[in-house]
Design a binder for this molecule. Structure first.
Ligand SMILES: C[S@@+](CC[C@H](N)C(=O)[O-])C[C@H]1O[C@@H](n2cnc3c(N)ncnc32)[C@H](O)[C@@H]1O
Length: 337
């Protein structure tokens, strides 16, 4: 079971995947009450957030089984408002049947109330899911904020325009595979604060230009060189020639990721940008490992996994999307796939 997309309901089909088969899971389930994907068995149209959360917990129990002991899950979720037609939209009690948007019905569920939440209340779906998964045994390791510089415009005057979603990092064990080096980022400016960093069991701290230069640690990399060994080698060579100013400082990746949304034009539903999930796959899955996505949609997870020399396994309910994904994988990777 490798490099293929199974067509059907994720909760049913995941049962065919062997135990501890995948290294990492990167996924974006249908958001609660946002869209009608027009298929029986779809997740997201439950009568209440409670049922939605229970459905995801049920699926994630199986994900726990197929994930290797040192595996991680990177779960992208957005929020919505009680009684609204989707994340960020306003409560509209006139429209209870659904709004036609593109090829999809925007789902407007009048029953969508959480306990005694009032219309206009933020439901907090991502955190409800995260806490439920934590209570079910997952380690909830981090809430990453996906900051969107180009959010959907909203005609609201009583709150800010929503410009973020979450990516939760969950693990099966306390210790897990996580390649921090693979996703280091450029350090912008020096604020003199301590920034602790571990490499090969050695603790480096003190994020300041002077100490890092004197240590000669490869946190200082030569700009634009991708190979770590090459960076270090060139760094030493340049340093010996007094060219320290050409080195750029790097730091452990921060938990706010600014990534522009780039909808995939063939798909009429929410796809996540390739750049958003690159760090998840680089840090969460070793080369030649398997990345699993139970909601494959247009195949973004598969495309990025293959581009980064990882394998994929996916499930998707809608056969048309499976076809779309396969075409996309072929178009983007061709015979190299
Ligand atoms: C938000 S989209 C995923 C988009 C994907 N990350 C991408 O970039 O293209 C969610 C997908 O889940 C699928 N889906 C909904 N219910 C499902 C179920 N029970 N089993 C498998 N897939 C399901 C929908 O058809 C939709 O394609």
């Amino acid at each position: 079971m490798i490099n293929k997309i199974l067509c059907g309901d994720a909760i049913a089909l995941i049962k065919d995947v062997p135990d501890e088969h995948v290294n990492c899971v990167v996924t974006s389930p249908p958001y609660y009450g946002l869209r009608d994907y027009g298929h029986d068995g779809q997740i997201g149209l439950e009568k209440s957030p409670k049922e939605y959360v229970e459905k995801l917990v049920e699926l994630f129990r199986e994900i726990h089984r197929i994930l290797k002991k040192d595996g991680t899950v990177w779960l992208n979720l957005g929020d919505s408002y009680n009684g609204s037609g989707g994340p960020g939209s306003q409560w509209d009690n006139k429209n209870t049947k659904g709004i036609k948007s593109g090829n999809f019905k925007k789902f407007n569920n009048p029953n969508k109330s959480v306990g005694n939440l009032k219309p206009k209340d933020l439901i907090g779906i991502p955190w409800r899911v995260a806490f439920a998964l934590q209570a079910d045994g997952w380690y909830l390791r981090q809430d990453i904020i996906w900051h969107k510089p180009n959010p959907m415009p909203e005609s609201v005057k009583d709150r800010c325009t929503k410009a973020h979603e979450y990516i939760f990092l969950l693990s099966k064990s306390a210790k897990y595979y996580y390649d921090a080096e693979a996703i280091v980022e450029d350090a912008t400016g020096f604020d003199g604060r301590k920034d602790t960093y571990f490499k090969g069991g050695v603790k480096y701290d003190g994020f300041n230009e002077q100490t890092m230069l004197s240590r000669g640690h490869e946190r200082w990399r030569y700009k634009n060189l991708k190979e770590k060994g090459q960076q270090t080698h060139i760094m030493h060579e340049k340093r010996a020639n007094g060219l320290q100013d050409e080195l750029s400082p790097i730091r452990n990746k921060r938990s706010v990721w600014t990534v522009t949304t780039k909808p995939y034009k063939e798909a009429h539903f929410a796809t996540y940008p390739q750049d958003l999930i690159k760090p998840c796959i680089l840090a969460g899955c070793p080369e030649n490992g398997i990345v699993f996505d139970p909601f494959m949609g247009s195949g973004t997870t598969a495309v990025v996994a293959r581009k980064l020399n990882r394998n994929y396994l996916g499930i998707e309910l809608n056969p048309e999307y499976v076809k779309l994904s396969e075409e996309r994988i072929y178009n983007e990777l061709g015979m190299f796939n």
